[in-house]
Design a protein around this ligand. Structure first.
Ligand SMILES: [Zn+2]
Ligand SMILES: [Zn+2]
Length: 308
């Protein structure tokens, strides 16, 4: 069994490069977006290595399996309402780097304003990062508006910085749990962090959902992952008949959509982000048909950190 706290496989990074090359060869207009993502993911992988190799091995979880099963049965994601100390220093360094990369890649002054708010301590990076990991989207957006920052960009930059740590927690926790623990989870949101999946993967023998934040994979129930619709209102179809491996799942009952890829191998961190970019045309097709990704599920939480 591979070391759950070992490095990312070089094969995964080579696969990311291969997919970026294919993407820009098929559509040269995506080169700028691919270059930006290459930089962002390179920094994410570097942050993951920092987290993995420096002092976070003291595992913060109470790994009582009965307790964790009970959380899942109550619909509470495993990483929610746990107490640990976020490695704020390395995550903030990465957050500022992400702001700089976005600043020179089109986000301009909006990204610079976030860096300035953090540098001047008007925005507390630790509160922001904890709120992101707790998926407190309304709190982050309210905090952004109060500070005159772009809400979507603040959400994105915090998510970029938190994602490698969420992946580290998810990967470590998954390696410590009996394999059947997730069997009671039949929800569309992630059993670890509560995010919606970036996409569904249709592997040879099963359909799994891939988390957009922590890169967890979990079995998908059939039909709409958001509202369980099984009837005629749910459909799954290829937008481009020449590319039947790329599907759009839409639901007329709740208005939600999900991208699905027929894949011969799991899209572990950071490949799902690459495929998410590569399937931007499916997002556009869904939006043109009036479908959207729903808001995150609200949970009553014992601790809802607010950015301040
Ligand atoms: Zn997750
Ligand atoms: Zn639905």
């Amino acid at each position: 069994m591979p070391d759950p706290l070992g490095p990312l496989s070089t094969g995964i990074l080579a696969e990311a490069e291969r997919r970026w090359d294919l993407l820009t060869a098929a559509d040269p207009s995506l080169r700028r977006a691919v270059d930006l993502q290459r930089g962002l993911i390179g920094r994410s992988v570097q942050l993951f290595e920092t987290i993995r190799t420096t002092g976070v091995r003291a595992w913060p979880f109470n790994l009582d399996v009965g307790r964790l099963r009970s959380k899942l049965e109550r619909g509470v994601p495993l990483l929610r309402d746990e107490s640990w100390t976020l490695p704020v220093g390395p995550l903030t360094d990465a957050l500022l780097d992400f702001c700089r990369m976005l600043e020179v890649s089109g986000a301009g002054a909006s990204a610079a304003h976030i860096s300035q708010a953090i540098d001047s301590k008007r925005l507390d990076a630790g509160s922001l990062l904890n709120a992101s990991l707790a998926r407190a989207d309304c709190d982050i957006r309210d905090g952004a508006i109060q500070l005159g920052l772009a809400p979507d960009l603040l959400w994105l930059t915090a998510e970029l910085a938190v994602s490698p740590y969420a992946y580290f927690l998810q990967r470590s926790l998954a390696a410590s749990l009996p394999p059947d623990v997730l069997s009671t989870w039949d929800r569309g949101d992630c059993p670890f962090c509560g995010s919606w999946p970036a996409l569904a993967e249709r592997l040879v023998d099963r359909r799994v959902l891939r988390c957009s934040l922590c890169a967890a994979a979990w079995p998908a129930h059939s039909g709409c992952i958001y509202c369980h619709e099984h009837g005629d209102a749910f459909s799954s179809a290829a937008i481009d008949r020449a590319r039947p491996e790329r599907l759009l799942e839409t639901c007329g009952a709740c208005g939600g959509y999900l991208k699905a890829l027929v894949s011969d191998r799991p899209l572990d961190f950071p490949l799902a982000a690459v495929e998410d970019l590569a399937t931007g045309d499916l997002d556009a097709a869904a939006a043109a048909r009036g479908f959207r990704r729903p808001a995150l599920r609200k949970l009553l939480s014992a601790q809802t950190p607010r950015p301040s």
